[in-house]
Design a protein around this ligand. Structure first.
Ligand code: FAD
Length: 352
């Protein structure tokens, strides 16, 4: 059994040995992994991390493994796994007759996170969301995660239902991510709902990050109000912030300045997305409420194929990463979304 403090010091003093040990230590050695919050707070070099989506319902996990296999040579510090709420759709049950059904297109976050952790022996960060979950369902998920020793989380409100024009919590669910942070904190103190207690976390407890928006969350009334809401999540106990995808480093740096001025002192990681299809040029700004910088827009306007966009995307993200590394960001965090080959090219450009 390795003490967390020594394990962490080991990581700092001898990164190469640490990587070797972490990747190849036999599974029967019971390692207490340092939390992702701790790792980010104490790193003196820029780490590499990325997010994967659980497979679409009915698809195998192999595609995720292929993505991870491709990116393992760049020594990821952690991998995040997204969570997707269920939504209502209409299914044709017999010719001409449709039934409204509730279905989750990408189930399996907890299982996927555990499978990755077992296979790659890496810290894995499942996302937990308010959207579509009651407090009881959240509690059951926390219990599953605790049993599996998946104790690093990203705590989020989650997307609204496709049918709704604004976010509506499930009955007995939460409106804001900060409230979900509160339930995780209570769980850490051994408290269950309705005054019951548990003794499931003898050695370490959940630690978590939260989301931040350099260009403002689309529903926030102002960037200032949004940063105040972000501070609330940090005050609840979030150990780090992962941002919405950002294409303009200046905006990211200004966001850090504003966060620091507001008293937010935890590590802030830029979310990065390599552009790889013509569709991204319109879909990403529309879906994620972000702007591309003028220089990138000019380059994209000259693209006539996915290949053109992919080349521009790799070049742009590589320059972005070089500047972010020089600025000393704690990690380069990539949204993979089928972009593993581009991420591989970017990491080769920046790490050689
Ligand atoms: P919150 O922090 O709750 O904020 C939501 C809005 O409410 C903001 O406008 C905020 O300013 C406002 N607000 C917060 N607290 C208060 C308050 N007390 N009073 C008034 N206003 C308040 N979605 C998924 O469904 N699954 C995922 O796996 C997922 N992963 C993500 C990962 C990252 C890194 C990011 C950046 C986003 C991710 N999302 C995911 C999307 C995210 O769930 C949405 O952007 C969601 O709309 C907001 O989530 P949040 O946690 O930032 O919400």
């Amino acid at each position: 059994m390795y003490n967390r403090h020594y394990f962490h010091t080991f990581a700092q003093v001898s990164p190469i040995l640490f990587t070797f040990f972490r990747n190849f230590a036999p599974k029967y050695i019971n390692i207490i992994m340092v939390s992702v919050s701790n790792l980010l707070a104490n790193t003196d070099k820029t780490l590499f991390s990325f997010e994967v989506l659980p497979p679409l319902r009915g698809k195998s996990i192999d595609q995720i493994y292929q993505t991870i296999d491709r990116l393992m040579p760049f020594n990821p510090a952690f991998i995040e796994v997204t969570t997707h709420r269920s939504d209502f759709t209409y299914r044709e049950v017999e010719p001409g007759r449709y039934q409204r059904v509730e279905e989750r297109l990408r189930p399996g976050t907890v299982a996927v996170a555990y499978a990755i952790k077992q296979k790659y022996n890496l810290p894995v960060v499942p996302h937990i969301i308010c959207s579509g979950y009651s407090r009881q369902e959240t509690e059951y998920e926390l219990i599953d995660l605790a049993f599996l020793d998946l104790l690093d989380l990203l705590v989020l409100r989650g997307d609204k239902s496709k049918q709704d024009s604004r976010f509506i919590p499930k009955d007995g669910g939460y409106r804001y991510a900060s409230e979900l942070c509160g339930q995780v904190n209570e769980f850490n103190e051994g408290k269950l709902l309705y005054g019951d207690r548990h003794d499931m976390l003898p050695q370490r407890c959940f630690s978590y990050g939260v989301a931040g928006y350099p260009e403002k969350h689309d529903e926030a009334m102002s960037l200032k109000a949004d940063i105040e809401a972000l501070k609330q999540k940090v005050d609840m106990g979030a150990g780090y912030i992962v941002t919405q995808m950002v294409f303009d480093n200046e905006k990211f740096f200004r966001f850090i300045d504003r966060c620091r001025a507001a008293g937010i002192n935890v590590p802030i990681i830029p979310g990065l997305k390599p552009l790889s299809t013509l569709n991204h040029c319109t879909m990403l700004p529309r879906t994620f409420h972000i702007d591309f910088p003028d220089q990138l827009v000019k380059q994209l306007q000259n693209c006539t194929s996915n290949d053109d966009v992919r080349k521009v995307g790799i070049e742009w993200a590589s320059r972005q990463c070089e500047e972010l590394i020089s600025a000393g960001v704690p990690s380069l965090h990539f949204y993979t979304m089928n972009a593993a080959p581009s991420i591989e090219a970017i990491m080769k450009n920046v790490r050689g």
